[in-house]
Design a protein around this ligand. Structure first.
Ligand SMILES: *Cc1c(COP(=O)(O)O)cnc(C)c1O
Length: 406
């Protein structure tokens, strides 16, 4: 039998051998290298595109780091006990994030549901199986939320059977707290839309012995947020894995107090008869999530930021070179903290409704996605671009805007 190294030697002598023999014959003579994987997007006619918009679930989020993909491929080849993977990875994640414990969930949304499930049930198996039916079980049934934080994600919480209680002022908060209160929930991305800030929220909760949870799904960078809320004293912290961290899009992290993470795991696979059985993450995603987080914590964030900025200024300059086009560069303080371009134009000088521009960029080759805004505005971020794609975005944007110049 010819070994791989010999064959490569032969191939360099007869460079066309591989081509003549084809995959099957190659394998029959002991060469097991694979042909390139099937391109399913091409095969099925699924459009792929340059993502100048951002981390959106409907656009499949982010592209996993190469190392995450490698870890997933490696992990796919061996069996492991699911709970052992979660326990070992959980210890590593907890150490990186200053949490007592952690577990990988099916995204931030499922972290919210499972974390609250743990709060409600504790280690009581009967209660675990009763969810989402709370009546007559002795479980608490209300979660307090500031009105400004109520933007739809709280459905993850009502999945457990609880009712949301909305408050606005500190006084209303004190009044809303009762023996039914299971949790006080905080949504970081909306923190400027509520009257009560993190520290006060935690202080009031502690005074009444009520656990707190924070949703910080889209709030890295800054990387420090991964431990900031654990350090502040939130009992549970939930984050997305497939946004800026570029872990698996279907993974997230639930971290916090040890007794609550242990309780949350009672509602998670492999255990059935639970509300969480459908929120499965397997070994590949769990290990992939850990590697994504580990790399993210260790990476040079200043360098990364500079790269995003350089790309943004290239695109900004191209757009601005068209008369009547205005570009503003900013980085949102809360959520999706990354250099962002807001491009707008004077309709008297550039006659192009944003929906038409969006269509033209989408239908071009390569296809490009941006985020349209009101009337004649759009936003662009550069953190989801592959190296070099900023040049294509800049050229295409300038092209379409110039064509519409009057
Ligand atoms: C994205 C997001 C979620 C959901 O996170 P997944 O990881 O997609 O499950 C929840 N809350 C907020 C504020 C988000 O931005």
């Amino acid at each position: 039998m010819i070994n791989r190294r010999d064959l490569i030697k032969h191939l360099s002598t007869f460079p066309l051998l591989g081509g003549f023999l084809g995959q099957e014959s190659m394998e029959s003579i002991g060469f097991t290298a694979k042909l390139p994987a099937r391109n399913l997007a091409k095969e099925l006619g699924i459009r792929t595109f340059i993502n100048a918009a951002g981390t959106y679930t409907f656009m499949t989020g982010s592209l996993m780091q190469d190392e995450v993909v490698e870890v997933i491929q490696g992990a796919a080849k061996d069996f492991m006990i699911l709970d052992e993977v979660q326990t070992k990875v959980g210890e590593k994640i907890a150490a990186l994030t200053h949490a007592e414990a952690a577990v990988v969930t099916a995204g931030c949304f499922s972290a919210l549901t499972l974390g609250l499930a743990g709060v409600l049930t504790g280690m009581d198996q009967k209660k675990v199986e009763a969810l989402p039916h709370l009546e007559g079980t002795g479980m608490k049934s209300e979660v307090i939320i500031q009105k400004g934080h109520s933007i739809g994600y709280s459905h993850a919480l009502t999945n457990t059977g609880v009712k949301m209680v909305e408050i606005e002022t500190l006084e209303e908060l004190e009044k809303a707290i009762s023996e039914k209160t299971a949790l006080m929930w905080f949504l970081h991305i909306q923190s400027d839309k509520g009257q009560i800030m993190h520290e006060k929220w935690i202080e009031v909760a502690k005074k009444h012995g009520i656990p707190t949870m924070i949703d910080m799904a889209a709030d890295v960078p800054p990387v420090e947020n991964l431990w900031r809320f654990n350090d502040l004293g939130f009992d549970l912290v939930c984050v997305s894995g497939g946004k800026a961290m570029r872990g698996p899009q279907s993974a997230g992290i639930l971290m916090g107090k040890k007794h609550l993470i242990e309780a949350a795991r009672l509602s998670m696979p492999p255990r059935g008869s639970t509300i969480g059985r459908g929120m499965k993450v397997n070994k590949e995603e769990i290990l992939g999530m850990y590697v994504a987080l580990d790399n993210f914590v260790k990476m040079d964030h200043k360098k990364e930021w500079k790269m995003w900025e350089d790309r943004a200024s290239l695109i900004a300059n191209a757009a601005k070179s068209v008369k009547g086009v205005n570009v503003e560069t900013f980085a949102p303080e809360l959520g999706n903290h990354t250099p962002t371009l807001r491009i707008s134009w004077d309709a008297a000088k550039v006659n192009l409704p944003v929906k038409m521009l969006q269509e033209s960029l989408r239908n071009g080759n390569p296809s490009i996605e941006i985020m349209p805004g009101e009337n004649n505005t759009l936003t662009i971020t550069t953190w989801m671009l592959k190296p070099g794609e900023e040049k294509i975005v800049a050229t295409r944007l300038k092209e379409e805007l110039s064509k519409a110049a009057v």
